[in-house]
Design a protein around this ligand. Structure first.
Ligand code: COA
Length: 142
């Protein structure tokens, strides 16, 4: 599946970088979900786990590090179905909070996240890229 994921990633992000995705995947044990249309992979969502000590005790948080749909299949509900499916899987796996970071100008992605229940927590810099402004968004599952 990796060649398809890398193709969609390179196409979807200006700063798409194969080596970086593979390196991070090995380092932080990323979990990949994909969505198919007639046996062809048309989208992927990647997240990693982050155990956090909070006032509620130890919580399993996840961070979605990348999500993208094949350019030729956008606007057809694939990302929404993929994200909703991924959220359901994370619930089953006991994750209580999902976090992600999105460039403040990436309106398609921000709308997608808001539509699936994510809310803006704060604006941060230098996380999506150098000098890039992005929102930290979150969704509490439990
Ligand atoms: C963001 C992205 C994943 C959306 O994928 P998609 O398959 O086209 O999205 P969907 O068809 O499932 O759309 C779901 C919702 O997202 C929002 N959305 C998607 N494309 C949009 C656009 N061009 N403009 C505004 N809102 C948009 C809408 O709320 C839409 O729901 P609606 O159709 O009922 O209005 C896709 O544009 C992409 O891969 N972009 C490049 C990579 C990227 O920026 N990833 C996010 C990084 S944080």
């Amino acid at each position: 599946m990796l060649p398809d994921v890398l193709r969609i990633q390179l196409d979807g992000f200006e700063n798409g970088n194969e080596e970086k995705l593979i390196k991070y995947s090995k380092k932080s044990r990323n979990i990949f979900y994909v969505i198919k249309n007639k046996d062809k992979i048309v989208g992927y969502c990647v997240y990693y786990l982050k155990p956090v000590l909070s006032l509620r005790g130890f919580e399993k948080q996840s961070v979605i590090s990348s999500i993208a749909t094949d350019k030729n299949f956008r606007g057809r509900g694939f990302a929404e179905r993929l994200l909703k499916g991924s959220i359901e899987e994370m619930k089953v796996n006991g994750i209580s909070v999902i976090l992600l970071y999105v460039n403040v100008n990436n309106l398609p992605a921000i709308r997608l996240y808001e539509k699936t229940g994510f809310r803006i927590i704060k604006q941060v810099e230098n996380i999506c890229g150098q000098n890039e402004k992005c929102y930290q968004m979150g969704l509490r599952l439990a």
